[in-house]
Design a protein around this ligand. Structure first.
Ligand code: SAM
Length: 213
């Protein structure tokens, strides 16, 4: 994602009621934070929030949390949330490496990873959000049947992700090298900003759904 520094973004986020600034305090108590007993789903690396807003609209029966580490990106999602009342949506400005400090074992039902940064250099592999190091963090917060849904237009990242899930003992439930040609899968598909951009150029979209060990 191209990052433009947006003046005042950090300060606006710190005043926003839609961003939880001390997520560690809610570890094990997210349902209490939302005031209900519904499942909790996360999008990690949510960018400007198009996907997560639509996910929250389609699933009022779920509590949805968007994770993004940069204020200059997160502010765009916060601005969208200001225009629309949504009780089931919250944002966190954190690095996903700290997820196990923010969520207790079994607290999360589903994690969505959309068009994650590819980090093409081998020495940066552990920064990829589908690396075995990240999969281990997800195991620490997901419920026993918990899922990760991952989409990308990057073939190398897709191949890497298939290898990593297997090495980490996850179960592959679904995979495709051309999501937009899979009519059934497209019925539930929520488009992200990157997905719109890349599919408009004719790039195939890869998707995998995996269940934790
Ligand atoms: N998911 C959006 C989409 O599909 O349009 C945005 C994709 S963008 C390429 C990836 C986003 O993930 C960026 O906004 C980046 O800041 C965020 N990101 C990358 N690594 C992250 C991490 N470790 N923790 C939180 N956010 C991260």
């Amino acid at each position: 994602m191209r990052l433009r520094n947006i003046k005042g973004a950090r300060e606006s986020i710190e005043k926003s009621p839609f961003v939880e600034l001390a997520p560690e305090e809610y570890r094990g108590r997210w349902r209490e934070r939302f005031g209900n007993n519904r499942p909790v789903w996360l999008e990690v690396g949510m960018g400007k929030g198009q996907f997560i807003m639509e996910l929250a609209r389609r699933h009022p029966e779920v509590n949805v949390i968007g994770v993004e580490m940069y204020s200059s990106v997160l502010i765009r999602a916060v601005q969208k949330r200001e225009q629309e009342e949504m009780e089931n949506l919250l944002f966190l400005r954190i690095d996903a490496r700290t997820l196990p400090e923010c969520f207790a074992q079994g607290e999360v039902g589903r994690i969505f990873l959309n068009f994650s940064d590819p980090w093409p250099k081998d020495r940066h592999a552990k920064r990829r959000l589908t690396s075995r190091q990240f999969l281990e963090r997800y195991v620490n917060i997901l419920e026993p049947e918990g899922l990760v849904e991952f989409k990308t237009d990057n073939r190398d990242l897709y191949t890497f992700s298939l290898e990593e899930h297997e090495a980490a003992g996850w179960h592959l439930l679904y995979s495709t090298e051309d999501l937009h040609r899979d009519e059934e899968a497209m019925r539930d598909n929520v488009m992200t900003e990157y997905e719109e951009r890349f599919s408009a150029k004719g790039n195939p979209i890869y998707k995998m759904v995996i269940r934790r060990p």
